[in-house]
Ligand binder design. Sequence first.
Ligand code: AMP
Ligand code: FES
Ligand code: ZN
Ligand code: ZN
Length: 345
Amino acid sequence: MMATPSRCAPSSPVVRDEREQPMTAVGSKCKVCKGPAVIDLPRHNAKFCAEHLQQLCRRQMAKAIDDFDMLSPDDRILVAVSGGKDSLAVWDMLIEAGYHADGLYIGLGIGDYSNDSGGYVQRFADERGLQLQTIDLRDEYGYDVPTAARATKRVPCSACGLSKRRLFDQAALDGGYDVLVTGHNLDDEAAVLFGNTLRWDIEYLARQLPVLPAGNGFPKKVKPLVRLTEREMAAWCLVRGIDYVVEECPIAAGNRHLSYKESLNAVEANSPGAKASFYLGFLERMAPLLAGMTAAATGDLNDCSRCGSPTTGDVCAFCRLVEKSSAHEPVPVEMLLTRGGKVRR
Ligand code: AMP
Ligand code: FES
Ligand code: ZN
Ligand code: ZN
């Protein structure tokens, strides 16, 4: 449901989330202005009206940008936009803050889900007169994510993540952008950190930073939403009237990342703020101890013998993926799903 933008108006509606649940009790008051609240944020022990929710989001993003030296006012920014709430919100917030930011959408070929997502991104850009670049995986590289999943016999998210990362990097470098922005939020980062910690994956832990500097053939990459949650971003979109794709990716269902999110949500429900302290505490106290433990830092990178990109082996994972997947007969997304909507293995 879309809420109309409201600025501390006495009739300010309570914002409802994607499951149509109100984000706060009717009649609750904003902590700052005592006007009608639209959202309850237990981790801040406060409720906020539409205007003060936006103020909180702007401040949290500005603090992340500042603390981690993410962006300069004159940077040419490329925002990777999926059509979901986080990436549309970060694009909106950056433009509102006065940054020069263009968009990038990757068509992953996941049936109607991809078509719908691309439509949301295109409308957002058109309505605001923003520059949007679209790259279609099948048109450019001869495969799509469902086909890659079948060809590699791995979970779809693995080929999807690898393809996205490479296309983001390539588009940012080719377009001469100073920095690539993604919409990863606090929930995403805490879930990835949880997974990396469960496996004690030191290489991944050492790389799990909100800023990755340019170098070694990679563009600078930043995540300005790391201090903001999924729920806060949904509320941002609702009060700003941003239309986004609500459905989750049909072939991501059941991935481990989602179960880590659920586990952390259970912890958060009992101890509000636990998620933020887990992730932000990692950045403050653990990440400095791991600095220098990535393959890039230890000098273990070679040039891929096919595309020249940095890799730890001879041929990079992306070139191997393209070779395998483009040779495979196209697999429509429906073939990956069982009748119950589960992903076939
Ligand atoms: P995900 O990997 O789906 O959790 O998405 C993480 C971030 O990657 C999003 O916030 C976007 O910034 C970006 N992203 C995901 N999918 C796409 C896509 N199809 N095109 C462009 N950017 C995307
Ligand atoms: Fe990547 Fe669904 S968006 S597998
Ligand atoms: Zn207020
Ligand atoms: Zn390669």
